[in-house]
Design a protein around this ligand. Structure first.
Ligand code: 5GP
Ligand code: MN
Length: 334
């Protein structure tokens, strides 16, 4: 972090403030971990923080400390709009363009309070007074650990804050496997474990918490998978009808996209998930090695993300979306 940014934050936090903390829509472990970690840190420093999530967080993250205090914008627009308008400072975490908050964007765009961004995605928009953006980090949670340390407040990181940070590091690194996992990542995690963070219980809460329906959804996605060997690509689909038939709840499709990469020789994978309510096909892309799925998602599917993990959407039917995707894939040399 730049020294003037650290000083600017120290000044902003020098008196108790009403602070809104915002994750991206469809918050994942890193978005929840970083917002709740920051929430507990600000609370400890006599501020009045509230996490306002654009929409509901998935059930498998409901055990996280402080999740019961989170306000859900799309469920309670009036109250949340008031909280946002009264906030004296706004933190946006784990995203870097206000449209990633969905409908909440219209409220955020009108606020006059200063914004602070902490994020590890490419090409940040210019809306914050402090933009702590660095794509070399595997998670926003690892950046939050640095952020607190840079403020000279490392001693404030306790088991609760550590639990939140650990969760985001674990989930965004694919359990410490993705390329941005460094020695430093492991050293931070080691410190967190020394603080009492439950490093065997948390993975179990996160990953051994499936409903029978979720496993059936996974089974269907694996059966639907198509492999395009010549282009080292595998993709799968889930229609709304399929999801409904297995009592889908939010979060059930989390992580399924990664299975494509577990096939020998496959370096690019995607999952297409129909969402009838939002009238879109939500897409997740993953790659191994040099193929840049962030660029692919930006160029063709109105999305973005990181080089090896990105997402996007399509507003045409599943069939048309798949036709477009297959057509693009045949032109790729991966
Ligand atoms: P996931 O596939 O797990 O939803 O997302 C993978 C990565 O891509 C995450 O870092 C996520 O923030 C980003 N991402 C997912 N969907 C979108 C999208 O529609 N637009 C942009 N800009 N990024 C996305
Ligand atoms: Mn993240």
């Amino acid at each position: 972090m730049k020294i003037q940014d650290i000083q600017a934050i120290q000044l902003l936090l020098s008196t108790p403030k009403k602070i809104a903390i915002i994750p991206h829509r469809g918050p994942d472990g890193d978005a929840m971990g970083s917002t709740l970690g920051l929430y507990h840190f600000l609370l400890k420093n006599k501020h009045h923080p509230v996490v306002v999530s654009p929409n509901e967080f998935p059930d498998f993250l409901a055990w996280m400390p402080g999740s019961e205090t989170i306000k859900i914008f799309e469920k309670d627009k009036q109250n949340c709009t008031q909280i946002l308008e009264e906030a004296e400072l706004i933190f946006t975490l784990d995203f870097n363009a206000l449209h990633r908050t969905g409908e909440m964007e219209h409220v955020l765009a009108k606020l006059t309070a200063p914004f602070v961004m902490i994020d590890h995605h490419q090409k940040p928009d210019d809306y914050a007074v402090v933009t702590y953006s660095d794509t070399s980090f595997g998670s926003t949670c690892e950046m939050l650990y640095n952020f607190i340390s840079h403020l000279g407040k490392k001693e404030d990181i306790d088991k609760t804050i550590g639990t939140c940070i650990y969760t985001g590091i674990l989930t965004d690194s694919g359990s410490f496997r993705f390329p941005k996992t460094t020695g430093t990542t492991h050293r931070i995690v080691a410190e967190l474990i020394d603080l009492g963070v439950e490093n065997t219980e948390i993975p179990s809460l996160l990953f051994d918490n499936s409903s029978f329906g979720r496993l059936q959804i996974l089974g269907r996605a694996l059966q639907n998978m198509k492999v395009i060997t010549e282009h080292k690509t595998a993709y799968t689909t889930l229609t709304q009808l399929e999801l409904n038939s297995f009592d889908y709840v939010k979060g059930d499709t989390e992580g399924i996209v990664n299975y494509g990469l577990s096939i020998k020789g496959i370096l690019f994978t995607a999952i297409f998930i129909e969402n009838k309510e939002e009238k879109i096909i939500k897409i997740s892309f993953r790659s191994q090695g040099d193929f840049d799925v962030n660029q692919f998602a930006r160029d063709y599917f109105n999305g973005g993300g990181h080089r090896n993990a990105a997402g996007g959407k399509s507003e045409v039917s599943m069939e048309e979306t798949i036709r477009k995707f297959e057509d693009l894939v045949t032109k790729l040399s991966i």
